[in-house]
Design a protein around this ligand. Structure first.
Ligand code: ZN
Length: 178
């Protein structure tokens, strides 16, 4: 057994014991998401902060990596290039379809989105232009080719429960209620 005789004792500095974001922790953060030109894409302001189980790939990997080791109260800015976010824009995924292929009872306008089911799943398509009978549609993710700038403030970090780890998602406020 260790003897404490002659040992030097130091008080723990407050804050040193803050829970850091690591695998198997649940982190809550506020965020603002903008494009390089400052256009606001999304924000937790006015809605709920985001809650996730760290290390499960439930948020963009580039953002998850930067959150590693952070604690409540920490702020960070993360810029993700398109290849680390929703990918580069692929011109091969822009298609022209005939107006007749789309539902007749809706007015098709630029910026409108449809979802289309095909053999390999569901795709979201955005209308780029309507010219006569031809509708040009983009099957790229709406944020393809866009660099994402996250302004993040960590609000809370806690250990995940065994059940949350098993399910791979958060239970309680901001998560699953079951
Ligand atoms: Zn669950």
């Amino acid at each position: 057994m260790a003897s404490w005789y002659g040992a030097r004792f130091h008080p723990n500095r407050k804050g040193r014991t803050a829970v850091q974001i690591t695998a198997e922790t649940v982190a809550t953060f506020e965020y603002k998401l903008t494009k390089d030109d400052g256009e606001l894409l999304d924000s937790s302001e006015g809605s709920e902060p985001l809650v996730y189980v760290h290390g499960t790939g439930s948020i963009l990997p580039g953002l998850e990596t930067q959150l590693e080791g952070k604690a409540a109260g920490d702020t960070l800015q993360v810029r993700l290039a398109p290849e680390d976010a929703y990918g580069e824009h692929d011109a091969g995924m822009v298609h022209e379809v005939e107006r007749g292929q789309l539902p007749p009872d809706v007015e098709v306008t630029e910026g409108m989105q449809f979802h289309a089911e095909s053999e390999d799943g569901v795709h979201i398509l955005t209308v780029l232009s309507v010219e006569g009978d031809t509708v040009k549609m983009d099957a790229n993710h709406p944020l393809a080719g866009v660099a994402l700038n996250f302004d993040v403030k960590v609000v809370e970090v806690r250990a995940a429960t065994a059940e949350e780890l098993e399910h791979g998602h958060v239970h309680g406020p901001g998560g699953h209620e079951h």
